[in-house]
Structure formats: structure tokens, C-alpha cells
Design a protein around this ligand. Structure first.
Ligand code: RRO
Length: 302
């Protein structure tokens, strides 16, 4: 009883790169369609929005249709996606989605991905000076799109991408790292040296599903990315390694489904925790996890 009372009183508000947040639980990019949720739940969504900041689905300079179906495959304790980055493109996003996302009661972080430094620059310039946007996340780690860039896997490329785009915006720049490498620490260090304000990890773990009848891979896009509780220990290990090695805030994600999971990420050094796959099962998961986290932290602090 006492722990619950303490949890209600526990102030989870935090400052993230100069952005005040109500609590440390946000969404992982592409795992919560806030515009569809607003249509489904109306203004009730705004009154009890599950996250303290909203990260958009990644956008690219030009519109994309995404990968052919099937796009999803469930595994024990996980989900493989091969969505392939469908989006309206920069102009479509600015013309339609941005106004609607700006109505959310929380700061907006726009996720962007280009196939070259020029494309990243165009995206950062395109959204970086918009008042609706609090921060940008550079997605250099989508497992389902051949970007032609090795930024996500090479510290030198990460540094040179940041050299190019850092000066194009005064807004905080997050960079989302891949788990599909032996060691994320050199990439995180390069991001810090290049002037990033925070790193997010992990994106999904490269995976496939296989159809033995067809003797072929099952997902329309061939390969996919695994998320959900199955990847949580991998995420925890990488978050711990990166948070121990760099001074930037870390946004931790990968299979977080409970406040206990979130407390583990924060204990491992994360500043914020993002909820992804769990929101498909329960659209209010963010609020529940934030409340459970408050109880966990109250318990830990005695
Ligand atoms: O759209 C996708 O297929 C996708 C993206 Br952009 C990403 O960053 N991570 C992922 O698992 N899927």
C-alpha cells in the first residue's frame, strides 16, 4: 500500500536534451499510429496520451509504398516485421501528418531516413526548423530497406553523416543505432564525437521467417527485424554497454512490456525508455508501464 502511495507522489518528470517530459516513457518509432489512434479514440486520446513524447514513423524524402505482404510474422515472445518504410515522403508528411501530430499533448520527435548524406540533409532541413518539431531522430538502422549507406555500421560514416547534418538544425539530434553488429559502442562514441545529442537503441534484430512448403522465405520483403520480449536481454546488454561508455543520454528500447523492464533499462543507464511491440497488443501500454515504473522506482528508493 505504502509503495503505491509513494508511487503516486513520485515525480517522474525529466529533462531530455532540454525538453521537459512528464515521465521517461516514450514510443519507439513506427510502433504507434497516433493519427489512427486519434480517429479511433477521439479527444480521449489527448486526455490520457500514453507517452511523454511522440516519435513519428520514419519518413524519407520521397513517398514509399513499403514492402510487399506478408509483412509480419509472430514468433515465441516476439514479432518479425518487414514493413519496408511506407510513408508519404517529406512533402506529404509536412502537408498532412505534421499538423495532426502537433495536436498531441506531448513534444514531437520526427524520425528521418535517407539513402545518402544529401537525402538526410534534405530531411533535417525540411523538418528541423518547424515549430511543431521538438527534436529529430536519424534512423540509420532500418533492417528492411537497403539504404546504400553503411552509416549504421561504420563509426567513420556515422561521424561524417553527423558532420554534414549537425549544423543544419539547432534542435536535438538523436541517432538510432542498429543491434546488428558485434559492438555498438564504437558507433555510439562516433555519434557523440559527431555532435549527436542522444542515442536510441536498439532497432530490430535481423531475422527471417521460412516457408518450408515453398522452400522460400515467408515475408514479402525476404528479411525482417525481430522485436518484442525475445530481444530484451540483447537490448539490455547493448544499452548497458553504450550508457557505460558515452556521456550522452540513451533512449532504451527492445521488448519493454512492464515497469520492471523499464526500471532495468534505467538501472542499466538509460535516460528514457521506449515502448514498441507491446503497444500493438495494448495501445495504453505506455501509461501502464509509466505507472508501474513509478512503483518500481519508489520501491527501489525505499
Ligand atoms: O519500416 C520498417 O520496416 C522498419 C523500420 Br523503418 C525500422 O527502423 N525498423 C524496423 O524494424 N522496421
Amino acid at each position: 500500500m505504502e509503495a503505491n502511495g509513494a508511487a503516486r507522489d513520485l515525480d517522474l518528470s525529466t529533462d531530455f536534451c532540454g525538453i521537459p517530459l512528464r515521465h521517461p516513457v516514450i514510443n519507439g518509432s513506427g510502433t504507434y499510429d497516433a493519427i489512427a489512434a486519434r480517429r479511433a479514440f477521439g479527444d480521449r486520446l489527448l486526455e490520457s496520451f500514453p507517452f511523454s513524447a511522440f516519435v513519428s514513423k520514419t519518413i524519407t524524402p520521397e513517398p514509399r509504398a513499403g514492402n510487399p505482404p506478408p509483412r509480419l510474422w509472430e514468433t515465441p515472445s516476439g514479432l518479425i516485421n518487414s514493413i519496408g518504410l511506407p510513408n508519404k515522403g517529406l512533402d506529404g508528411f509536412v502537408a498532412t501528418d505534421l499538423t495532426q501530430l502537433a495536436q498531441l499533448p506531448v513534444p514531437l520527435i520526427v524520425s528521418v531516413m535517407g539513402t545518402s548524406h544529401d537525402e538526410f540533409a534534405r530531411l533535417v532541413e525540411g523538418v528541423g526548423d518547424r515549430n511543431e518539431v521538438a527534436a529529430l531522430e536519424l534512423n540509420v538502422s532500418c533492417p528492411n530497406v537497403k539504404s546504400g549507406l553503411i552509416v549504421g555500421e561504420s563509426p567513420d560514416e556515422t561521424r561524417s553523416l553527423l558532420d554534414r547534418v549537425r549544423r543544419l538544425t539547432e534542435k536535438p539530434l538523436l541517432i538510432k543505432l542498429t543491434p546488428n553488429i558485434a559492438d555498438p559502442v564504437p558507433l555510439a562514441r562516433a555519434a557523440e564525437e559527431g555532435g549527436a545529442d542522444a542515442v536510441s537503441l536498439i532497432n530490430t534484430v535481423r531475422a527471417i521467417a521460412f516457408d518450408p512448403d515453398k522452400a522460400d522465405r515467408w515475408l514479402g520483403g525476404g528479411t525482417g527485424g525481430l522485436s518484442g520480449p525475445a530481444v530484451r536481454p540483447i537490448a539490455l546488454a547493448q544499452v548497458h554497454a553504450v550508457a557505460s561508455a558515452i556521456g550522452l543520454p540513451v533512449v532504451a528500447m527492445g521488448g519493454v512490456t512492464t515497469g520492471r523492464d523499464a526500471a532495468e533499462m534505467i538501472g542499466a543507464g538509460a535516460s528514457l525508455v521506449a515502448v514498441g511491440t507491446e503497444s500493438f497488443r495494448d495501445p495504453a501500454a505506455g501509461s501502464r508501464i509509466a505507472a508501474e515504473l513509478a512503483r518500481e522506482l519508489a520501491r527501489i528508493s525505499g
